[in-house]
Ligand binder design. Structure first.
Ligand code: ADP
Length: 266
């Protein structure tokens, strides 16, 4: 629990700092890109300065897309939760996933029966799934085969199961789970504790920001849920996401869970 609180505090501090810097940076970059466009209008393709200006513009665009990611991360967008079924969110995002995964990665989707609805922001959940899928793709493309299988599974988790799974962090209760499994290179044990930290990345400069999983973590926490990673090097990785079941009966204790999530207690 201590680690979770430390993580939440750290994310907040980094978020505020990053948001402020990113905002100013974005304005500066917009000016640079605008002036590049003005200069390009005074040159013709092929003349000696044209390519250099193009390069400045292309790199500024890359920097701008990075700052946009930072902004999205720091904004801590307010959730618009809805009662929804996880399989519906998965199916809404599946064609995007197929495009993203390309030809060498197979997408397998498996839904459990009698799933209970959860209460979450569908757009944010889609972002969670996309972020996990992008990482999974990178991990599979980094492997010797350059491809693999991404499996999305949904299933119900009863109180008893949840106790067996994570007795010290996750309260016993009813959850609907989503497991995202890849056959990629895996995560070394010494990295597993750090992957949800902002800015932790093993990717080359310009390829990874280290913000994907901390964004995922933030969204899951804000939704009152839990996320865990399991991995075996050379075999693959699973991320398991647990969202508390939504009960229509207002007598059931749903509010306390959300209240705790809001105050960062979970
Ligand atoms: P980024 O993808 O920009 O590096 P993330 O926060 O999304 O940032 O991920 C942090 C790090 O966690 C990655 O750089 C990678 O080392 C590791 N990682 C995340 N997902 C996976 C995965 N499915 N397989 C292997 N490593 C992963």
């Amino acid at each position: 629990l201590k680690r979770q609180v430390a993580q939440a505090t750290k994310m907040q501090a980094v978020g505020q700092l990053a948001g402020g810097v990113a905002h100013d940076f974005n304005n500066i970059l917009t000016a640079i890109i605008g002036h590049c466009d003005l200069m390009l209008m005074r040159h013709t393709p092929g003349d000696s300065d044209y390519d250099d200006i193009q390069q400045v513009k292309a790199n500024s665009n890359r920097a701008a897309s990075l700052t946009r990611q930072l902004l999205a991360f720091s904004r801590q967008q307010t959730l618009r939760p809805q009662v929804l079924q996880l399989p519906d969110v998965v199916s809404d995002v599946s064609s995007l996933l197929k495009r993203l995964l390309g030809e060498t990665i197979t997408l397998t989707i498996n839904h459990g029966r009698n799933l209970a609805p959860v209460r979450a922001d569908p757009g944010q959940l889609e972002q969670v799934i996309v972020n996990l899928a992008v990482n999974a793709r990178d991990a599979m493309q980094a492997g010797s085969e350059g491809g693999g299988t991404l499996t999305l599974q949904t299933y119900p988790v009863t109180g008893q199961d949840s106790r067996q799974l994570n007795n010290d962090i996750m309260p016993v209760g009813e959850y609907t789970a989503l497991r995202v499994t890849d056959t990629g290179v895996g995560i070394p044990a010494e990295h597993l504790a750090k992957i949800f930290e902002p800015f932790f990345t093993t990717k080359e400069v310009g390829k990874g920001t280290g913000l994907g999983l901390s964004t995922v973590y933030g969204i899951v926490k804000q939704s009152g849920g839990f996320i865990f990673a399991e991995s075996e090097e050379g075999k693959g990785t699973s991320f398991v996401l647990y969202l508390p079941v939504h009960r229509a009966d207002p007598a059931e204790a749903e509010a306390p869970v959300r209240e705790k999530a809001r105050t960062g207690e979970l």
